[in-house]
Ligand binder design. Structure first.
Ligand code: NAD
Length: 495
């Protein structure tokens, strides 16, 4: 018999062990363990006392070796140095695409099920970049910042994951949600790379939608969407909105897919209020487990378990958190036992593929583990020219007073003060006295007319910042460049 596929297993905190136990009992009944070996890893709240990562070195090694993690919810200590394990895992292992499937389920009443509107769509969220880099600084007495990094290779990875999945599932349209009308460079790049990747999949329709309109459309007509791909923060918010359309987080599975490591998890939290009571709903974790079985190629067991879950929900069996409150509810174990007893039955609410016609042994082949960090690039060949610098300064002077100082500070240099903005709005050389200012200015310096850019580089920009620092408090220096002749920086509002 072929070697079993090893999967790192982390039951999690709070209700985690109860719902994991329930999911594994259903897996066992469906014959999953004939092909899969679950290897326990130590992660979660209890580990934070020993290690601020919330996981042990041995767990990290096991995950690197297995490449697949099945995990329950994990608590993050409030305050202190401990970061969310959920976020750390995705970032550390490069699990760049968060895939969530939102579908109406029988027995789970929502406004849409009552209206006879079926909901069935995927949200694909970029999982590593955006504000989730958590790169934050207090810049001045009154101003803090969070850097929002979006990279071309990062965009390509998530867009390709979306189109590949759509292709595999026969999904006919993929939409990109964004705010590129405001964030022209970051969301603009996300959208541009979406269009570029979409052109490789001519058989799949594609379009884009501004994030606020998307939220309204999803609530009004969720049936119009089949797959939406989004940057990290917007994807985080839309995922929970989408969960609300199908009955809540308890019914929303989640897969975090990477090249080497993929993580399948329940998206709800540890539910400390009901932990240990045996009443938690294991559906989200079970649905994530079904995605995991499909990911590794065990399609037969995935279909078998999904059918059994649907039959169970159709029959009105429910845990206390959903369904008709006038009917009796069962606990976590009773719910799992009901699903196990329905293995092999066919649901009425949905057309299903015959499980027996599907492969049952894992087919996943993992790429060779990386020996060093992989460098990703899309625009490595772009021609770069320095044209100036944005110097951010802390000052309680008004725009005119500050400009006077800055103009004097750069006399005799290749740079001239071109404009100043405050919170993104231009306040010098033109602006409105109605614009309220805070103590953080962007001062844009460009090369003087006739000054060649040859010989101007990062060192000259930093020297400029040094010169200005003699006149005012410098907070940050951002060299301004063009890439293949195109401006690599945004204009100020009103410029
Ligand atoms: P929560 O999701 O744990 O609970 C919110 C409400 O939903 C509670 O009333 C809870 O009883 C209920 N609930 C959640 N899951 C349920 C289930 N499976 N069955 C029945 N009812 C369920 O959110 P919270 O209270 O804000 O967070 C508690 C802890 O979980 C925090 O430490 C938080 O950091 C962590 N958390 C972890 C994850 C994760 O591991 N992916 C996600 C969110 C929150």
């Amino acid at each position: 018999m072929a070697e079993k596929t090893r999967i790192a297993l982390a039951p999690g905190d709070g209700i985690g062990p109860e719902i994991m136990d329930a999911a594994l009992s259903i897996f066992r009944a469906a014959g999953v363990e004939e092909h899969v070996e679950f290897v326990s890893v130590e992660m979660g709240e209890s580990v934070f006392d020993r290690d601020t990562r919330g996981m042990t070195d041995e767990s990290i090694r096991t995950i690197e070796e297995t490449g697949i993690v099945y995990k329950g919810p994990m608590g993050t200590p409030k305050g202190g140095g401990g970061k969310s394990i959920n976020v750390s895992l995705r970032k550390m292992y490069g699990a760049f695409a968060n895939i969530r499937h939102f579908q109406s389920l029988p027995g789970v009443e929502t406004v849409y099920s009552r209206a006879g509107v079926p909901v069935d769509f995927y949200v694909i969220r970029e999982n590593i970049e955006d504000t989730y880099g958590g790169i934050e600084h207090r810049l001045t007495r009154d101003v803090v910042e969070c850097k929002r990094l979006i990279s071309a290779p990062g965009c390509d990875q998530v867009h390709r994951a979306a189109f590949e999945l759509a292709d595999r599932l026969g999904i006919e349209s993929v939409y990109c949600g964004h705010k590129a009308n405001i964030m022209k460079m970051t969301d603009g790049l996300f959208l541009e790379r979406f269009r570029s990747v979409a052109s490789e999949y001519p058989g799949i329709e594609h379009g884009d939608v501004i994030i606020d309109a998307l939220c309204m459309n999803l609530v009004l007509r969720p049936q119009n969407y089949k797959m939406v791909v989004l940057p990290n923060l917007q994807g985080d918010i839309v995922s929970d909105l989408a969960a609300g359309l199908v009955g809540g987080l308890g019914f929303a599975p989640s897969a975090n897919i990477g090249k080497h490591v993929s993580i399948f998890e329940a998206v709800h939290g540890t539910a400390p209020d009901i932990a240990g009571k045996g009443v938690a709903n294991p559906t989200s974790l079970l649905l994530s487990g079904i995605m995991m079985l499909r990911h590794i190629g065990m399609l037969r067991q995935a279909a078998l378990i999904e059918n059994a879950l649907l039959v169970t929900l159709e029959s009105g069996v429910r845990t206390g958190d959903f369904g008709d409150p006038s009917t009796e509810s069962v606990g976590t174990r009773g719910f799992a036992d009901a699903i196990a007893s329905n293995l092999g039955k066919k649901p009425e609410s949905r057309a299903v593929v015959e499980p027996d016609s599907l492969p049952s042994a894992p087919t996943l082949v993992r790429p060779q583990p990386p020996r060093t960090n992989t460098m990703l690039s899309v625009f490595a060949e772009a021609r770069v020219e320095h044209v100036g610098a944005d110097i951010y300064v802390e000052s309680d002077l008004g725009p005119a007073g500050l400009a006077e100082r800055l103009v004097a500070a750069v006399e005799g240099t290749p740079f001239r003060l071109s404009m100043m903005s405050n919170r993104g709005t231009q306040v010098w050389p033109t602006g409105s006295t109605f614009t309220e200012c805070v103590d953080h200015y962007r001062a844009r310096f460009l090369l003087r007319d006739g000054q060649a850019s040859a010989g101007i580089g990062c060192a000259e920009c930093l020297a400029l910042a040094g010169r200005i620092a003699e006149a005012v408090e410098v907070v940050e220096c951002q060299p301004l460049k063009t890439y293949d002749g195109e401006r690599g920086y945004s204009l100020a509002q009103g410029q």
